[in-house]
Design a protein around this ligand. Structure first.
Ligand code: SAH
Length: 221
């Protein structure tokens, strides 16, 4: 990977990033911790060089293997919803993809476990984490539909691919009181949902309509 932190001065300039952060504010992102990280994380590192000039647009972009890097607004929104007013210790992310959402979470929590089912995507993401010296990320090549029980319970779970319903095994890996942010639904209609684990089970709250790739089973090499 030829990713260069200083590549394309113009398109990755402070002004370009400030514009993105202004858009995020206009769209309702309020958490200053999240806005600051969104300004700092170099999104152009997480896309193909050919798309780097579009990296600070508020849109999803293709990352290969029919997958996408999420829209910055959605990354900010999910991160804000996950954090609430707290500081989280360990977080599980299902669907590493480009690694962008992971890199946004890493400075905000103590440790991020992230799982991806497509091996080459995970390898690229790992290179990016090394380049950015993000050392509190623990990536795994596995099917995240069952979570990652060995490091549970988590203080938060974020899922960046859509299952048809709320996966029970993921809820069970939340610490009581902890939240999971995930898209739910099929190809046509999905909602971003906040699931809070309670003593007896869980509560759900609908956040907004979204459009994610589906959560799939098994792993690919
Ligand atoms: N957070 C990513 C979004 C990537 S798209 C980013 O910011 O770039 C969602 C990712 O979820 C894809 O890479 C897809 O391969 C992965 N995925 C889908 N089902 C999965 C599963 N069961 N376990 C792990 N990863 C999965």
């Amino acid at each position: 990977m030829k990713a260069d932190l200083k590549a394309g001065q113009g398109m990755t300039s402070e002004r370009t990033r400030d514009r993105l952060v202004r858009q995020l504010r206009d769209e309702g992102i309020r958490d200053e911790r999240v806005l600051q990280v969104m300004r700092q994380v170099p999104r152009h590192i997480f896309v193909d060089e050919a798309l780097a000039s579009r990296a600070y647009e508020n849109t999803a972009l293709p990352i290969g293997r029919s997958q996408t890097i999420s829209q910055p607004y959605i990354v900010a929104r999910m991160t804000e919803a996950l954090l609430g007013d707290e500081t989280l210790d360990t977080v599980l992310e299902v669907g590493t993809g480009s690694g962008y959402q992971t890199a946004v979470l890493a400075p905000l929590v103590r440790r991020v476990y992230t799982v991806e089912r497509i091996a080459p995507l995970l390898e690229q993401a790992k290179q990016r984490f090394r380049l950015l010296k993000l050392r509190n990320i623990h990536p795994r090549h596995s099917d995240g539909g069952m979570g990652l029980p060995e490091f549970s319970p988590y203080d938060g779970i974020i899922v960046t691919a859509a299952p048809e319903g709320i996966p029970r095994s993921l809820v069970e890996q939340l610490r009581p009181g902890a939240r999971m942010i995930l898209p739910i639904g099929g190809a046509r209609a999905q909602a971003l949902v906040k699931v809070t684990r309670t003593a007896k089970g869980y509560d759900t709250e609908m956040l907004e309509p979204v459009n994610f790739v589906p959560l799939l089973g098994g792993v690919e090499t």
